[in-house]
Design a binder for this molecule. Structure first.
Ligand SMILES: Cc1cc2nc3c(=O)[nH]c(=O)nc-3n(C[C@H](O)[C@H](O)[C@H](O)COP(=O)(O)O)c2cc1C
Length: 340
């Protein structure tokens, strides 16, 4: 069975990728994932705030030293002299020794100098960079800066991507959220702006309200396979329309979930929640079951599986359009209201 695949121009032994999260935050865990057979890993994100805090501190130190050292003002913020970036770059260096591609991740919300840290990631041995952009553009609070228009919010994604692309020669993927007005158009814009890959989708912090304790809670809940349908249907729609690779992220628990994403057209399939639930050895289970499924289906390679059920392969294929919507509502009405 041939599981070889490529993603962002990198050769991978199989399409299973450990996405950014606690499972890839130490070299030891990454080594265990590599041993279990993972195709590649994405490190947890280095956050713009972590970089900025270090940069501000370095600037203060530089200013404090101006009286005594004439050259003090020539200080540049040095990624290797700052704690967070230094630790992060050290992790890249150690993880690069695991023999699998290591994708570093940058989390920011504005374009700017911090995006230059992408170069330090490249120099430390990252095979590629994933951009994880997070901000809430629509805050209506009068104290905040005025809400961004939808077009300006989208432009930020393009600007951050362009800035990072200009700083590095390694591939750059961009991790998207599903909350764009016109996701297809946004995907095409990012593709045209040079994105080497699109990751669909990120799951963000889940803020909630507890009516019993009258408190607000924040945190991450692990995903379930039911959440995969949105990413899967978008991958099926985008397959064949972009130069950028497509990575699936959200809701992978079993080999069936992996197979379904590949059939939709994903180049690679990422998982975080399942690895946190079951540990790094779960990669070996997924690979074994995926191989068994391919055998049962008479499919010899990942290349054969990929995109078999993508929309682009057969524009008339039912299941993805508005025409199916009404039928699905009627069906659900019968299925979920048996007491009626
Ligand atoms: C505890 C935790 C931490 C995460 N940290 C990051 C991160 O640093 N950067 C990032 O891009 N995504 C992060 N994610 C999101 C995951 O990479 C992934 O996109 C998301 O969990 C959906 O995949 P899943 O359904 O397989 O969990 C995190 C997820 C969890 C649960």
């Amino acid at each position: 069975m041939n599981l070889d695949t490529s993603y962002l121009g990198l050769k991978l032994r199989n399409p299973l990728v450990a996405s950014a999260g606690p499972m890839t935050q130490t070299a030891d865990r990454i080594a265990r994932l590599a041993e279990a057979g993972v195709g590649a890993v994405v490190l947890p994100s280095l956050f713009e705030e972590q970089i900025r805090a270090e940069a501000d501190r370095d600037e203060r130190l530089a200013e404090a030293g101006t009286d005594s050292f004439g050259e003090a003002m020539t200080y540049l913020v040095d990624p290797r002299a700052s704690t967070w970036p230094r630790q992060y770059l050290g992790l890249i260096e150690r993880a690069a020794g695991s023999g699998i591609p290591v994708i570093a991740s940058l989390n920011g919300s504005t374009p700017g100098g911090w995006t230059g840290y992408a170069r330090a990631m490249q120099d430390a041995g990252a095979s590629a960079i994933e951009l994880n952009i997070y901000y809430l553009p629509g805050s209506p609070l009068p104290t905040s800066t005025p809400p961004l228009s939808g077009r300006d919010a989208e432009q930020r994604y393009v600007d951050i991507l362009t800035t990072v692309k200009a700083a590095v020669s390694i591939p750059v993927a961009i991790k998207l959220n599903p909350y764009f007005s016109s996701l297809g158009e946004m995907a095409v814009r990012l593709d045209q702006a040079g994105a080497d890959g699109l990751v669909l989708f990120n799951r963000f912090m889940q803020t909630d309200i507890n009516p019993q304790t009258l408190t607000i809670s924040t945190g991450f809940k692990l995903s379930s396979p039911a959440e995969a349908t949105l990413a899967r249907s978008w991958i099926a729609r985008l397959r064949g329309h972009l130069h950028a690779c497509l990575a699936a992220s959200t809701g992978v628990e079993t080999a069936d979930d992996v197979a379904a994403y590949l059939l939709a057209g994903a180049d690679v399939v990422m998982t975080t929640s399942a690895l946190l639930r079951h540990g790094p050895a779960h990669i070996a289970v997924l690979l074994e079951e995926l191989t068994a499924w391919m055998g049962r289906m008479g499919l010899g390679s990942v290349g054969e599986v990929r995109g078999m059920l993508a929309l682009a392969a057969d524009a008339s294929r039912p299941g993805f359009g508005r025409a199916d919507y009404l039928a699905a509502i009627e069906q659900a009405t019968v299925t979920y209201a048996p007491w009626n």
